[in-house]
Design a protein around this ligand. Sequence first.
Ligand SMILES: Nc1nc2c(c(=O)[nH]1)N[C@H]1C(S)=C(S)[C@@H](COP(=O)(O)O)O[C@H]1N2
Ligand SMILES: [Mo]
Length: 221
Amino acid sequence: MAALGAVGVVTGRRIQGAFENFLAPIQSRDPTGLTSLVPDGGGFRFYSVTSTIPSRNAVTYRLTVGGLVDRPGTLTLDNLRAMPQTQLVRDFQCVTGWRVPKVHWAGVRLSDLLDRVGVRPGATAVRFTSFDGEYTESLTLAQARRPDVLVALDMLGKPVTRDHGGPVRLYVAPMYGYKSCKWLGGIELTGKVEPGYWEQNGYDVDAWVGHSNGRDDDATS
Ligand SMILES: Nc1nc2c(c(=O)[nH]1)N[C@H]1C(S)=C(S)[C@@H](COP(=O)(O)O)O[C@H]1N2
Ligand SMILES: [Mo]
C-alpha cells in the first residue's frame, strides 16, 4: 500500500506539473506508462495509468462476470481459490522491451471460469475492466479459451501483490504485458472485440509476443 503512494506515480494522461517535465523523456521511450523509475523486484516495473488504486483484500474483493453469459454474478477471492488452480512458468514481456524470464504464475484458467458461467451463443469476445476505474483490455473468445490465459491469484510464487495488480490480475502468457490487466474487477462477454486502453493509443489488438506491434521473431535485425 505504501509503495503505491510512495512511487509518486504516474500515468499516461494524468501526470502533472514538474513531474511532467521530469518524466517526459522517459515516457516517450516507454508509452505504456512507466511509473516507477526503479524497477521493483525481479525486473518488473510498476505500471499504472491512474494515480491512485482502490485497495481490495480477501474480504472486499469481487470479480463481476456478466454480459452474454447464462449465470452472471460476482465471485469472491475464496470462490476463485476454491476453483481448480493452474500453474504456469512463463516469461513476462512488455511491448517496450523489458522481459522477466520464468515467472511462476497460478490461478484459475479463464476458460474454466467461462465454463462455470456459461458462455451464450453470440459471444465472440471478452472485455476486462480494472477496478482502478480506467484500464480496459480485450481478447477474442478463442484467445480467452487458451490454456495459457489465467485469472492470476499468485505471481512470483506468492499472492499477487497490490503493485502487481492484486489481489487478482489477468495473465495472458502469449501476449505482451499490456493484455495482462491488473486489479481485475470485471469480465464481460460481448459480441465484438472492443480495443483496450493502450490499443486506443496505438498498440495492436492482437498482441502476440514477437508477431505484433511491428516486431517479428523471424527478422534478422
Ligand atoms: N490496470 C492496469 N493494468 C495494466 C497496466 C496498467 O497501467 N494498469 N499496464 C500494463 C502493462 S503495459 C504492463 S507491461 C504490465 C506491467 O505489470 P507490472 O506492473 O506488474 O510490472 O501491466 C499491464 N496491466
Ligand atoms: Mo507494458
